[in-house]
Design a binder for this molecule. Structure first.
Ligand code: NAD
Length: 248
């Protein structure tokens, strides 16, 4: 079950954290994985090497999802090279936290450009070969805070809520083309993004997790493989919450 042999997948922000775990899990199921990175070519290479050392197929491609023209050029290059694109995991994201009274327009703009505009533009470009093939899988990465909110994360949470609205709309738009569009809403996952939190913040979050632990990137990658698989063909427009019960 959940095999992805012969499929081509692009994972944005795939060089570390949740993105890297998704790359490795998709490749382990047989997909050829295109690892996108914006900075940190070394980390992207390490991810691709880890996959090829296990007998999988991976390549790296640089583009900044906030730069629509660069994204279009790079993704169209990938599509031309492989003749198709079966799976897009729109994972790239940034977090800029702060209380509402200190919220800056420039931070909101940066968050929007990467987390929403970037993800949606990737979906737009990726959907072209999917529409031709009349099949495809798009997985967006939202967050538990996009549904439940979080003090100090107004701008970030707003972008993650926006991703859900966008994904549900695209799901309705593309259902007749057999392209499924779903969202993963991770809870508190142990990655560089959450390492930025101090111990008191981490302790407070953990108290709100019924399963009593942080999630691992692998927990998200497993959900990603499922949504990318043929077995999830009847699942579209859904938010899959992988959060240890933090929001139910
Ligand atoms: P991370 O910071 O380790 O990884 C984010 C990746 O996105 C990095 O590789 C980064 O280089 C890439 N990226 C950022 N901006 C980019 C851009 N403009 N173009 C291309 N790539 C870009 O964080 P993570 O925890 O692995 O987060 C992955 C996704 O999961 C993000 O969308 C994040 O918002 C979401 N998420 C994470 C958590 C968590 O607890 N870690 C919880 C909920 C949601």
């Amino acid at each position: 079950m959940f095999r992805l042999d012969g499929k081509v997948a692009v994972v944005t922000g795939g060089s570390r954290g949740i993105g890297r775990a998704c790359c490795e899990a998709l490749a382990a199921q047989g997909a050829t994985v295109v690892v996108n990175y914006v900075k940190g070519e070394q980390a992207a290479r390490e991810c691709a090497d880890a996959i090829t050392q296990k007998g999988g197929h991976a390549e790296i491609v640089a583009f900044d999802v906030a730069d629509t023209s660069a994204t279009e050029t790079a993704l169209e290059g990938v599509i031309k090279k492989h003749g198709k694109l079966d799976i897009l995991v729109a994972n790239a994201g940034i977090a800029i936290d702060g209380l509402l009274l200190r919220l800056k327009d420039e931070d909101m703009d940066k968050l929007w450009a990467t987390n929403v505009r970037g993800a949606v533009q990737c979906a737009r470009i990726a959907s072209k070969p999917m529409m031709r093939a009349k099949t495809g899988r798009i997985v967006f990465m939202s967050s538990v805070v996009g549904e439940m909110g979080n003090a100090g994360q107004t701008a970030y949470a707003a972008t993650k809520a926006a991703v859900i609205g966008a994904a549900k709309s695209i799901a309705r738009e593309y259902a007749s083309r057999n392209i499924t569009v779903n969202v993963i809403a991770p809870g508190f996952i142990d990655t560089d993004m959450t390492h930025a939190m101090n111990d008191a913040q981490k302790e407070a979050v953990l108290k709100a997790v019924p399963l009593g632990r942080t999630g691992a990137a692998r927990d998200i990658a497993t959900a990603c493989v499922y949504l990318a698989s043929d077995e999830a063909a009847y699942v579209t427009g859904q938010v899959l919450r992988v959060n240890g019960g933090m929001y139910v």
